[in-house]
Design a protein around this ligand. Sequence first.
Ligand code: HAM
Length: 426
Amino acid sequence: MVGEKSVQSIRGMNDLLPGQIETWQRVESAVREVCCRYGYREIRTPIVERTELFRRSIGEQTDIVEKEMYTFTDNNGDSLTLRPEATASCVRAGNQHGLLHNQTQRLWYVGPMFRHERPQKGRYRQFHQFGIEALGWAGSDIEAEVIAAGERLWRSLGIKDLTLEINSLGSVAARANFRDALKTYLSDHVDALDTDSQRRLERNPLRILDSKDEGTQEVLDSAPSLSDFLEKAEEENFERLQRLLTTVNITFSVNTRLVRGLDYYTGLVFEWTTDQLGAQSAICAGGRYDGLVEQLGGRAVPATGFACGLERLIELVALQGEETPIQSPRVFVASLGDIPELEAIRHAESLRDAGIDAQVNCGQGNLKKQLRRADNSGAQVAVIIDDESVDTSTVKIKPLRGQGEQGTVPAAELLATVRSITGLSD
Ligand code: HAM
């Protein structure tokens, strides 16, 4: 039969291979540690949710809902969507399980998200986010905590030079007033706007603040500012947050044009960016979303959170140049002959019982071949068992990384010898 064409993965959805996964595991452990340090607890929600969940939370007129969702009808005729983000799912789960009933919740999650965007470096159709969501607190104290947790994660991974920008969008009412004023102003300058912004003017004028177009930026320079529309309490809260951040030595700047691509934000929004990754510069972003719990059928519960793009974060970690050690066994067990093979598997199991990572030679082969495999495995020590070893109840031990000469020891001393060569304590 002529070879069939091999099946490839879907564009924008990547495999994470051994050799890459070690850095992912290191970052995920750092995430877990930082979340624990702040008293956040992990939540895992399904990857597929009802489409309605995202329509009602992210917003009908956002890019995500309008054109990026993987939506399908299942066999029951229900419209389902691969989650494009997890904030809505956390809130849904909170409502569904009564987690917000006279309680507050500090939650975190990590997992794949799906958006049908044009794939490029740093932008994928299946990507991973780590996020935290603090549900039940209204003040700047929790906002500072959430931001400090992010900063601690960057620090723990040795990442420097991220830029943190913050802004306050104010209440829904404040934003509506600003939106009207901005729309009126921009309508008077419509010819000077880029085409994307012209398209957004009617339905989503706030997103125009995001435009990178120089002409549009110039028009925006004289536009009304969101900060002029904040109510007194909102302004005070925002100032208090800035004091809290300064107190814990977090550097930030206020960018009054910072808006977000999801509709659920109220009050604080923030974003960490880098200049080291080209166009996809946003590493982590979030803010306050006080209306969402109620919007999804719960009581009014204030909330704040962020999500971080792990592919981008990991790219930054890789740029630090610090290699993550590749996972390899400590011991490789080689054997020559039928009876030695039985001994080999027995010894390997007792090493594993003692907590030592051991790989057994599979597929037989002469000694030279087996030692080459031992070397390629990355093990520190090869244990060799032949007929002579069986007859004399011994094993041959060959250090593979320059920790001394090959020798023979009683089989009963295998564990102690491996420990001593590889520097493990009992
Ligand atoms: P977001 O800004 O849509 O916010 O996404 C957060 C981060 O996910 C981005 O800053 C970026 O690092 C990463 N990201 C987004 N799309 C892609 C993609 N196609 N490929 C690779 N990375 C991507 C949210 O998702 C909100 N749920 C954040 C939040 C949590 N707000 C409150 N709580």
